[in-house]
Design a protein. Structure first.
Length: 336
């Protein structure tokens, strides 16, 4: 697809075309570093633009001027995952052109009149950069509102320190693990042999989108197609599981299933009959310990905190690992 559109204030043309991982990744990384400094998205750009979106069709379109990438949109169905324009090229109609390309894609891939075809910004389950627009992004909010979007929700991310955090000391984690072991549970990192039962449990007891994220956290090759275009991490599968006395997977926690390499925690869950046993806490601590160990080895390119994204029980995470509110996001959707 190649689209040309006149820019509003410059005597040149804008070309839109699909982005390709083998050719456009460096330019896309540079663009997002300039346009989205709050997201520090460089490690996850390939995943956001070129990895799958579960059951939703997706696209990543770049806007080029004289061969330079000046804006892009990545979407999954009706969800806009990223829509950004280089700061030097804003207010030229580029964002509007990209948004129209997203509307055209959605209309082309709509299943019918019963499907919701209102574009939504952020909070795409399965493959998201952030669960909405950072509330500090005032220019982005003004643009979306001018395009007919309205606020429909808010989400919160927590930040859990991984340096000098007493909750992550090996002896503390060992104490928590011993407590669940006394109840008959085994907690360990997932292996290849666990994958079928793990994904089946997550799909049936929670949601297939969670299973998709867990598959990506398992990494290549355990995660299969879901793990394409995601970085391989030194710790291997970033999924920890709890097994019952019968050997069944009854609880799990993952990290770096979204925004791989950036220390984002989740999803996590336990079967109802195994809740309240301390499994969630020990699984959380193992995940954050992974992030801490990675930071200790590569402090220049790995995060110094775990991000607990799209969070609900703030008090639980504060008690379990010292997590505190960090970034707040606004979810926008087209009004009509």
């Amino acid at each position: 697809m190649l689209i040309r559109a006149a820019l509003s204030h410059r005597a040149t043309s804008l070309s839109l075309r699909p982005l390709h991982a083998e050719h456009d990744l460096p330019a896309a990384q540079a663009l997002l570093a300039s346009a989205l400094p709050l997201d520090a998205a460089a490690p996850a750009v390939e995943e956001k633009l070129f990895a799958g979106n579960g059951v939703r069709p997706g696209q990543a379109i770049g806007a080029f001027s004289n061969g330079d990438l000046v804006g892009l949109v990545a979407q999954a169905g009706r969800f806009i995952k990223i829509l950004t324009v280089h700061p030097r090229w804003r207010r030229q109609g580029i964002g509007t052109t990209l948004l129209q390309a997203a509307r055209t894609f959605l209309a082309r891939h709509s299943a019918g009149p019963q499907e919701n075809t209102k574009l939504r910004y952020g909070d795409h389950p399965g493959n998201y950069l952030s669960p909405g627009l950072d509330e500090r992004e005032q220019a982005g909010a003004a643009f979306l509102q001018a395009q007919g979007f309205v606020e429909v929700g808010r989400n919160l991310n927590l930040r859990a320190p991984v340096t000098d955090n007493p909750s992550l000391r090996p002896e503390h984690i060992a104490q928590k693990q011993a407590a669940v072991a006394a109840l008959g549970y085994v907690v360990r990192r997932a292996t290849a042999a666990d994958v079928p039962a793990l994904l089946a449990m997550v799909t049936s007891a929670f949601h297939r989108v969670w299973a998709y994220e867990v598959a990506r956290a398992l990494g290549s090759p355990l995660g299969g197609e879901a793990a394409l275009h995601t970085a391989t991490l030194p710790e291997g599968p970033t999924v920890h599981i709890a097994l019952s006395t019968a050997g069944d997977v009854v609880a799990f926690a993952a990290h770096d299933g979204n925004n791989r390499g950036m220390g984002w925690f989740g999803p996590t869950g336990a079967l109802p009959e195994h809740r309240g046993k301390g499994l969630g806490e020990v699984l959380l601590l193992h995940c954050l310990r992974d992030v801490a160990d990675a930071y200790a080895v590569q402090p220049s390119c790995r995060p110094d905190a775990g991000v607990i994204a799209w969070v609900g029980p703030v008090e639980y995470y504060a008690r379990a690992c010292g997590a505190a509110p960090d970034r707040r996001f606004v979810v926008y959707e087209e009004a009509a």
